[in-house]
Design a protein around this ligand. Sequence first.
Ligand code: CIR
Length: 259
Amino acid sequence: MDYRRFTHALVRTPRENMADGLTTQTFGALDFERALRQHEAYCAALRACGLCIEALPGEAAYPDGQFVEDTAVIYQDAVIITQPGAVSRRGETAAIQQALSHMRQFVMSGEATLDGGDVLICAERVLIGLSGRTNAAGARFLRDALHEMDATLRIDFVPFRGVLHLKTGVTELAPGILLKAPALITDYAFDFAEVITLPAAESYAADVLPVNGRVIIPAGYPTVADHAARCYADVIALEMHEFAKMDGGLTCLSLLYTP
Ligand code: CIR
């Protein structure tokens, strides 16, 4: 199974109170109408990549709910339902668990916490970031679930700081090529891949979304656009400003799967 090929994407429409979500940014007031348009463009880009979109409605109780990536990790035909690190986000998982009930499920509980944004599935291994949101028990739960599916899978834990989630700071542009933001601080070597460290001004664009032979990148980051064009004939650039105001990147807004 190709780890970057999918038929479906699960997304969640933002709610009017999206600005009440968690954020560390101070980019100014959120423009909700613009956020909705950016979300629609995101869904259109996923459709252009051949994906069928399943859009769940947002819930007012969960202003971060559109960042569905944090609520689950999908691997082959299974889904690990997480326990998000932020208490305010815990209830987001119920609707996701229901929407993915056709898949084999592992459900995290107890002391374990993990945000899907801390999980980077690469061609060669899986990295689980240990962050303010993902603790060691959460990482172990995910590792054990993945090993139940594939005992040979290499899984490394990556303690880091400087960015919210591991994928805020590093993603895999193409097999064996990582884009890394200079703000990501870790002792982990990433020596299994070519690492492209971005200029600080392009840190936000370290979070890119390759899918079905194309790549989606945030618009306005020339270095990332150049690297993407080197790897892909088809590059889709999207305006992401309103989500960036809430610490959200491209990968956060969808869960990709094949039912
Ligand atoms: C949060 O702080 O949880 C949300 N405002 C942003 C989550 C972004 N998710 C991600 O990077 N995977």
